[in-house]
Design a protein around this ligand. Structure first.
Ligand SMILES: Nc1ncnc2c1ncn2[C@@H]1O[C@H](COP(=O)(O)OP(=O)(O)OP(=O)(O)O)[C@@H](O)[C@H]1O
Ligand SMILES: [Mg+2]
Length: 232
């Protein structure tokens, strides 16, 4: 299994958020992670990336234990995070972002390959990231993650605030990642995007994964979606 999580507990100073998460994700699998606001989705992906400390439990990538390791060690082990709200470096250019990211792990993804996939970024190569539109910043955040040639990609609401055309491009990038054997965990509110790219759907509630089924099965069961998410 590319990513295996067992009994993962984590949280912030005064509050435990994750209450023992178990999660397996295979190479080339895409799992959509849904859940109400505050369910703990971002806390899960940030814990997996080493940005929220692990209280207890195990996280392995290709069999290597990563729980309790530093974020940079986890990144070098092949875990890439596209955080909620993008977080690009506003005073670096697009080209500088890509050059930095491509230093980490060599593999199939190159700067040229990424720019072919996201031509808008090629046009903006010399521009400061802080001057990009929201959609362009999101593309840059995705490009930066891919250039580290990850085994596992954690995308936290990549479609947030984006025009449909850009959401389509992100969907195409996720599909390409899947065909390259990357394990993708996609936190998403946009159900159209989630259903379009994910093999399976998982739902988080109160810091636990309470439901996980193939996407087609989830779509056939609106009652469960309504009960867990409050949507039809
Ligand atoms: N930096 C923080 N310090 C303290 N508590 C936090 C922090 N970040 C999140 N929390 C709390 O942890 C819980 C889970 O938040 P989290 O951001 O993981 O939820 P989420 O499922 O990503 O929600 P959303 O759909 O709104 O993005 C919430 O109760 C939140 O208030
Ligand atoms: Mg969140």
């Amino acid at each position: 299994m590319t990513l295996s999580v067992r009994g993962l507990v984590s949280g912030y100073d005064r509050s435990a958020v994750l209450g023992g998460v178990d999660l397996d994700l295979a190479s080339g699998a895409t799992l959509a992670l849904l859940g109400r606001n505050g369910a703990g989705k971002s806390t899960l992906v940030m814990t997996l990336a080493g940005l929220v400390p692990v209280t207890s439990g195990s996280i392995t990538v290709d069999g290597v234990e990563l729980a309790g390791r530093r974020a940079d060690v986890i990144a070098r082990a092949g875990v890439a995070l596209v955080p909620q709200g993008r977080r690009v470096w506003s005073t670096l250019t697009v080209g500088e972002h890509l050059a930095l990211a491509s230093r980490s792990r060599k593999g199939t993804w190159t700067v040229d390959g990424i720019l072919d996939l996201l031509p808008r970024l090629r046009e903006r190569r010399r521009q400061l990231a802080g001057q990009l539109s929201g959609g362009e910043q999101q593309m840059l955040a995705v490009a930066r993650a891919l250039l580290t040639n990850p085994r596992v990609v954690l995308l936290d609401e990549p479609s947030d605030g984006l025009a449909p055309a850009i959401v389509e491009q992100i969907a195409a990038v996720v599909t390409t990642m899947r065909s390259e054997g990357v394990a993708v965990l996609l936190v998403e509110q946009d159900l159209h995007l989630a259903f379009g790219v994910a093999d399976e759907v998982a739902v988080m509630a109160r810091g636990e994964i309470v439901h996980r089924v193939p996407t087609a099965e989830f779509r056939r069961d609106p009652d469960t979606a309504q009960r867990l998410l409050g949507v039809a």
